[in-house]
Write a protein that binds this ligand. Structure first.
Ligand SMILES: [Ca+2]
Ligand SMILES: [Ca+2]
Ligand SMILES: [Ca+2]
Length: 181
């Protein structure tokens, strides 16, 4: 009777120990899996509040500035007002801003015709836009509008002195051998 009891206790101990081993190895494998997935998806990385998309990092700023102040804000954060190259990039940005403040909110993009009326240029490269998403009837320079804003609906030209939130863009950083803070 005593022997059987010891045998049962030993069996239970082995069973519990093997369960603990299974749990530990499951957690370990999950960790390794997470690490591998991370290092694969983050070949380009962004720090702090910057959001990664297709090799760039974006900052959706939560303070209102004039166009010039907005451009300066991005500059001191080693970036430029966003340069929208394609419908895909435009769709990504619209998806991000849709729920931040509200769909009617306007955001500065790096597009201006301040130097020559009607000659729209990207601030970072000084080239004419290959892709645009102007609202029908825009840009209309109504009362002198030389700076571009993005809304969830489409783009518009507005007076540069108005105050809106900047969207800054910079190249993503290579983080293959680096841990981001
Ligand atoms: Ca871009
Ligand atoms: Ca204009
Ligand atoms: Ca307009």
């Amino acid at each position: 009777m005593k022997f059987e009891c010891i045998q049962t206790a030993l069996k239970m101990a082995v069973l519990i120990a093997s369960h603990i081993c299974m749990i530990i190895s499951a957690v370990f494998i999950a960790d390794i899996g997470g690490f591998v997935a991370d290092s694969q998806t983050h070949t380009t990385g962004c720090r702090d509040n910057w959001v990664a998309y297709d090799g760039s990092c974006y900052l959706f700023v939560h303070h209102n500035y004039s166009f010039t102040e907005a451009a300066h804000f991005c500059q001191i954060h080693e970036s430029h007002l966003v340069h929208v190259d394609s419908a895909l990039e435009n769709a990504f940005i619209k998806d991000r801003v849709r729920y931040i403040i509200g769909p009617l909110e306007r955001w500065w993009i790096g597009l201006t015709d301040e130097i020559v009326e009607g000659d729209w240029r990207w601030l970072d490269t000084d080239i004419k836009p290959a892709y645009t998403d102007w609202n029908p009837g825009e840009p209309n320079n109504s009362g002198g509008e030389n700076c571009g804003v993005l809304q969830v609906t489409a783009w518009n030209d507005v007076p540069c002195s108005q105050s809106y939130r900047p969207i800054c863009e910079k190249r993503g950083e290579n983080v293959e051998n680096e841990i981001l803070g």
